[in-house]
Design a binder for this molecule. Structure first.
Ligand SMILES: NC(=O)c1ccc[n+]([C@@H]2O[C@H](COP(=O)([O-])OP(=O)(O)OC[C@H]3O[C@@H](n4cnc5c(N)ncnc54)[C@H](OP(=O)(O)O)[C@@H]3O)[C@@H](O)[C@H]2O)c1
Length: 253
């Protein structure tokens, strides 16, 4: 236990991972299970691939009453990972207010609703919340503007929660770059496309969901006991500034 999770031992801790059935969330759920935690993943549909050591609870995070009922049914919650999120690609001028509202509902409102519903349990356990943010919330996000705005808001929400709910609950955000998931081919095409996109990252590749899980375990563990209201970038060095490719001076230096 704990070998792949920086040695963290989370035995006896109960961890809820929203959207933990696939993609990044499944990597997070597996990492917490590897650290010995009791993990519950929630989503609208069960996982396609079994997640060893994790229980599944059906839940639509846009249904606030169902969210409250779900947490009321749990005896204990030590860690909440607000992971569920995402967006379709559509330019601002091609979409409408209703679609924007749905994106903001999933990526910003639901993490607040879920955190409020889990708050008493988390406080009783002196627990931690980990928000899953995105680099899209730190710069322009063309084609996914409402998502970028929601993720920017999520980081800010986490900081306010960290102040209001201290010292009982620590709240931090993992700000992700590109992660390789089951949906990667939809966004970047075949292996050559994925490799080409990976080559734009300083570390030369996309992150694996397991690596996001390891960072989440760290933030939730006692090793991070004095870290709250923080954002941890997990983006492989970030995005290379475009001006470096356009610049004509100093290339020979
Ligand atoms: N993948 C990346 O490169 C990347 C980069 C930056 C940030 N992120 C962030 O990482 C998180 C996970 O992304 P991902 O790529 O792993 O997404 P994903 O593969 O689409 O998985 C999304 C998860 O959320 C669940 N979900 C979606 N809507 C839900 C709802 N209304 N109620 C309950 N569960 C819901 C899905 O299950 P159901 O559909 O069955 O409900 C699924 O488990 C998101 O917050 C995303 O913004 C991802």
């Amino acid at each position: 236990m704990g070998r792949d999770t920086g040695g963290a031992d989370l035995s006896g801790r109960v961890v809820v991972v929203t959207g933990g059935t696939r993609g990044v969330g499944a990597g997070i759920a597996r990492a917490f299970a590897a650290a010995g935690a009791e993990v519950v993943v929630c989503a609208r549909r069960p996982p396609d691939v079994p997640l060893d050591g994790c229980a599944f609870a059906p839940l639509d995070l846009r249904d606030a009453a169902a969210v409250r009922e779900f947490f009321a049914g749990l005896d204990r919650v030590d860690v909440l990972v607000n992971n569920a999120g995402g967006t379709p690609y559509r330019l601002l001028g091609e979409t409408d207010a209703e679609r924007h509202a749905r994106v903001i509902e999933l990526n910003l409102t639901a993490p607040l609703t879920v955190s409020l519903a889990a708050r008493d349990r988390l406080a009783a356990a002196r627990g931690a919340i980990v928000m899953i943010g995105s680099v899209s919330g730190t710069r322009a996000s063309p084609g996914t503007a409402a998502y970028g705005a929601a993720k920017a808001g999520l980081e800010n929400l986490a900081r306010s929660m960290a102040v209001e709910w201290a010292p009982d609950i620590r709240v931090n955000t993992l700000v992700l770059g590109m992660v390789r998931t089951e949906s990667t081919a939809l966004h970047y095409g075949d292996e050559a496309g994925v490799a080409a996109v990976g080559a734009t990252v300083p570390l030369g590749r996309l992150a694996e969901p397991r690596e996001i899980g390891e960072a989440a375990v760290f933030l939730a563990s006692d090793a991070a006991a004095y870290i709250s209201g923080a954002s941890l970038l997990v983006h492989g060095g970030g995005e290379r500034p475009a001006f470096l490719d356009a610049a004509t001076v100093n290339k020979e230096a």
